[in-house]
Design a binder for this molecule. Structure first.
Ligand code: BES
Ligand code: ZN
Length: 617
């Protein structure tokens, strides 16, 4: 072979190896030009429902091919000008081109740049259907007096409010100047000053490098309550005290995680309680978790979600998935850490119960998930990343780590995890990088244990290995026995010890009731325990699933209220799906959805459109 041929073969091999790790959900070209910093300067215009301004990007050449343009991701943005400059010099007009819109990815913004350019300024405005934004009218807020805006950038929606390289493989620092109506407060996933006065002009800095999906902004009638020196809670005035009581253990949780896996690296940790239409339970925006108000149960029973979002400060935000194929690195690790925090703060019984609920949920999901989607290192090419939002990255991912813990012992495994967070801190990594680090730092010295670890089976095969951990919790076994006895009419509802059950016990009871059930059984339960009136969103959700399935119509009104008053995708999707199983149910679903759709976030709308047959797929 000639030298040229050898060089060529090596080149193709290298680019082929790279292709497997390439982010299938971004147009960006960080392998040639990489964005390092974003300086936002924007107006939040509630009247027109538009964010408008400039994004000044600091860029760096990462290859020798200096003719390559800068490629950014956008979706629905109007670009009015693009300029470049060298350092602090004067700006020059840049040639730019918006590519053909792709239904999943949006549009590439290609900017021609001279080799010496260091800074690119994009003047832009968001579009009417910006997927990251939800503009709430005053009527849609708790206070009813002022409007509210929030962003949800994960997974690939940052591009709908900022033109940038929207791939988790690229980390940026950012600053922002945000102008709003004077009576509203703006907060971001950056430094927030708890003593900030409402001025209508706010500045922020995020000095640690983060992936774009962690950029976040909320603007509204928000108050603050401190919980400790470095933690606190933001919410609308009528919600903030309730939230502060519910989240009283937050500082203890931070300390528990620090003790296990090393210092909290982000300075403050605050939680913003969102309006009920927030499409997720929580979102780990750095320094400022966004949380659904549906976790305010009044008895701290749903605070595992806080432990979860907090844990992302290590798994996800400090060490991030480099592409959405590697999502399990974020969520599997986080569920594992979440349960460790819950165990440290609330005891082993609580953590075990939550692990059992997680395993059950996973088993049910695996039962009807296509094989390729049961794999941790999943292929999502051509599909939106939210298609990967199943129990697999979460619960199967966590089980894999629990399995490693079982093989190596807790102490050894904790040492490994601490080392992992320290080694990869402020970096984005692929599953292959994790695997290599695992081989070197855990598997290497003991081939027998390494064989038991079954790393490849866990990462690349569907289903679960035969020796996958099977969590158990004594309290839930008791509840399960009650469920069977009750369903078989051996125990009357009034004889069940349900008044003393925790939320987790109730959830296990409701999901353990063998099918089929009669309406009469449900009525008896409802009369004894008033489940239709439950103030716990998770218990209510599990109950309403049964009510729909067995046509228990006394819950109809509550079902409609639940579907209209909150917008969590995790609650909406299964309920609409269950309704859509019968013609009458489908009719109800459509009637409710018609009313509720304008109040849902774009992420939930996209999902439910498909469920009721209004959407594409
Ligand atoms: N980061 C996720 C939410 C997310 C994932 C949003 C992918 C968009 C795309 C967050 O940390 C999360 O996992 N939330 C869960 C709660 C958790 C306790 C399982 C949720 O919202 O239900
Ligand atoms: Zn998560």
């Amino acid at each position: 072979m000639s030298l040229v041929r050898i060089a060529f073969a090596m080149f193709t091999l290298a680019s082929f190896a790279g292709a497997a790790d390439r982010d299938a959900h971004s147009f960006a070209n960080p392998e040639h030009v990489r964005v390092k910093h974003v300086a936002l300067d924007v107006d939040v215009d509630f009247d027109k429902q538009v964010i408008r301004g400039t994004a000044v990007l600091t860029v760096e050449r990462t290859s020798k091919d200096h003719k390559q343009p800068l490629v950014l991701d956008t979706r629905g943005l109007t670009i009015s000008a693009v300029d470049w400059r060298v350092d602090q010099g004067i700006y020059w007009k840049a040639k730019f081109d918006l590519g053909k819109p792709d239904p999943v990815l949006g549009q590439a913004l290609t900017v021609q740049l001279p080799a010496e350019a260091t800074t690119v300024r994009v003047a832009y405005a968001t579009g009417p259907n910006a997927t990251a934004l939800q503009w709430l009218t005053p009527a849609q807020t708790a206070g009813k007096k002022r409007p509210l805006l929030f962003t949800q950038s994960q997974a690939i929606d940052a591009r709908s409010w900022v033109p940038l390289q929207d791939t988790p493989g690229v980390r940026i620092t950012y600053t922002a100047t945000v102008r709003t109506p004077k009576d509203l407060l703006a907060v971001m996933s950056a430094g927030n000053d708890p003593a900030a006065k409402r001025t209508g002009a706010y500045t922020f800095a995020m000095t640690q490098p983060i992936p774009s999906y962690l950029m976040a902004l909320a603007v509204g009638d928000l108050d603050f309550r401190p919980l400790s020196k470095r933690t606190g809670v933001y919410a609308e005035p009528s919600v903030v005290n309730k939230a502060a009581t519910e989240f009283a253990d937050l500082e203890e949780m931070v300390q528990a995680c620090e003790k296990l896996y090393g210092p909290y690296r982000w300075e403050r940790y605050d939680v913003l309680v969102m309006p009920p239409s927030f499409p997720f339970g929580g979102m780990e925006n750095p320094r400022l978790t966004f949380a659904s108000p549906t976790i305010l149960a009044g008895d701290k029973s749903l605070v595992a979600l806080l432990a979860h979002e907090l844990a992302h400060s290590w798994s996800g935000n400090l060490v991030s998935n480099a592409t959405w194929r590697d999502f399990w690195l974020n969520e599997g690790f986080t569920v594992y850490l979440e349960r460790r925090i819950m165990e440290a703060v609330y005891g082993k019984a609580r953590a075990d119960a939550e692990a059992v609920l997680g395993r059950r949920s996973l088993d049910r999901e695996l039962a009807d998930l296509p094989k390729p989607d049961q794999v941790l290192h999943v292929d999502l090419t051509g599909r939106p990343p939210v298609d990967g939002l199943t129990d697999v990255p979460y619960e199967k991912g966590a089980l894999f780590l629990k399995h490693l813990e079982a093989v190596y012992g807790r102490e050894r495994f904790d040492r490994f995890l601490s080392g992992y967070f320290a080694h990869f801190s402020f970096r984005s990594i692929t599953t292959a990088q994790f695997k290599a680090y695992l081989a070197e730092h855990l598997l290497k010295d003991d081939p027998a244990k390494a064989a038991r670890a079954k790393v490849d089976e866990w990462l690349t095969q569907p289903g679960l290995p035969a020796d996958a951990p099977s969590p158990s919790a004594a309290a839930l076994e008791t509840v399960e026995a009650h469920a069977k006895a009750f369903a078989a009419d051996k125990v009357k509802a009034a004889e069940l010890p349900g008044k003393a059950w925790t939320a987790q016990e109730w959830l296990h009871f409701l999901t353990s009731l063998p099918a089929p059930l009669t309406k009469g059984r449900l009525r008896a339960l409802d009369e004894a325990f008033h489940l239709t009136q439950s103030g716990n969103s998770e218990v209510l959700f599990a109950w309403l699933m049964l009510a729909v399935k067995y046509r228990y119509d006394p819950a109809d009104e509550r079902l409609e209220a639940f579907l209209t008053e909150q917008g969590r995708r995790k609650f909406l999707k299964p309920l609409y799906e269950e309704l859509a199983k019968t013609p009458a149910g489908k009719e109800r679903a459509l009637a409710i959805y018609k009313k509720a759709r304008p109040t849902y976030h774009p992420v939930s709308v996209e999902t439910i459109d498909v469920v009721v047959g209004w959407g594409k797929r």
